[in-house]
Design a protein around this ligand. Structure first.
Ligand code: C2E
Ligand code: CA
Ligand code: CA
Ligand code: CA
Length: 272
């Protein structure tokens, strides 16, 4: 048994070191990509008003076009950026690109995902204000998406202060992945967010539709607008419209698009 355990440990540690080397390499390459800025790209996924299915908002989603690995998903490199401290630089790049792109779009808001680690870094709101000034985008047009679990971590006073400074300046705050973090109604009121984004998992057939109905009604009761993300079927769309969900987003309506394609889609909407 001892020998077997030893072998298992060896296999495990070889596996681990391969994993570590791989991560280290990704980190070095991400650092490079951030310096050069040419491998990173923002995609834009439209968000539609349920009442007339017009595009009112858009979410920016970062992509990494790696020369050898191909398209690396943010689910893979955001965690690395968070662990290595690169998230500050990456987040700033994302924000700057999003504000620049959105400057001339006739939409209500541009949504940018912000990592909880970035939010807790000193100087975050000041950086946001700098980027807004530089781009000429009005603060009311910027929406910051923060996951529910991150916002519930109320132990972090820097994050709380950052959120207040942003809110005071007119920046909108959206609670992302809502429903995955077990917020109470009290929490939801205390957080003072403007929007709630219902997590995609609630649209799964195994999930109860009365839960979505309850989230929407509870949010409306305290003055929040609701967006449903991950809408993939006509049936889901019809249901969400019927229960009064304010905004919908998902592959059924549009996948995340490169900047030029999203601009073209908006122009089409205006002219047609
Ligand atoms: P998220 O903020 O919850 O974004 C929604 C994700 O769902 C996106 O994946 C989007 O492409 C995908 N999606 C949209 N519609 C549908 C649909 O109908 N069906 C399905 N199955 N998926 C849909 P993506 O772009 O791979 O991003 C994954 C996550 O990475 C995001 O989740 C967000 O947490 C993070 N992320 C992306 N961009 C950024 C960024 O610029 N900064 C930070 N901090 N995080 C980012
Ligand atoms: Ca999001
Ligand atoms: Ca989400
Ligand atoms: Ca998510």
């Amino acid at each position: 048994a001892k020998v077997k355990g030893g072998q298992q440990f060896q296999i495990f540690s070889e596996d681990m070191s391969r994993h570590l080397v791989e991560r280290q390499q990704l980190e070095t390459e991400l650092r490079c990509a951030l310096e050069n800025g040419n491998e990173l790209e923002l995609f834009f996924q439209p968000i539609y008003a349920s009442e007339d299915l017009r595009i009112t908002s858009v979410e920016s989603l970062v992509r990494w076009n790696h020369p050898r690995r191909g398209l690396v998903t943010p689910l893979e490199f955001i965690p690395i950026a968070e662990e290595t401290g690169l998230i500050g630089k990456l987040g700033e790049w994302v924000l700057r690109e999003a504000c620049r792109a959105a400057k001339d779009w006739s939409i209500e808001t541009i949504a940018v995902n912000v990592s909880p680690i970035q939010l807790s870094q000193p100087g975050f709101p000041e950086m946001v204000f700098d980027v807004l000034l530089e781009s000429g985008l009005s603060p009311q047009k910027l929406e910051i998406e923060i996951t529910e679990t991150a916002l519930l971590d109320s132990s972090n006073t820097t994050s709380k202060r950052a959120l207040k400074a942003l809110r005071d300046a007119g920046v909108r705050i959206a609670l992302d992945d809502f429903g995955t973090g077990y917020s109470s109604l009290n929490n939801l009121i205390a957080l003072q967010v403007d929007f709630v984004k219902i997590d995609r998992s609630f649209l799964q057939p195994t999930s109860s539709r009365s839960v979505i109905w309850a989230i929407i009604n509870m949010s409306h009761a305290i003055g929040l607008e609701v967006t449903a993300e991950g809408v993939e079927t006509e049936d889901q769309k019809e249901f969400l419209i019927a229960v009064g969900c304010d905004h919908i987003q998902g592959y059924l309506l549009s996948k995340p698009l490169p900047e030029a394609s999203f601009t073209a889609l908006l122009e089409e909407q205006i002219s047609g």
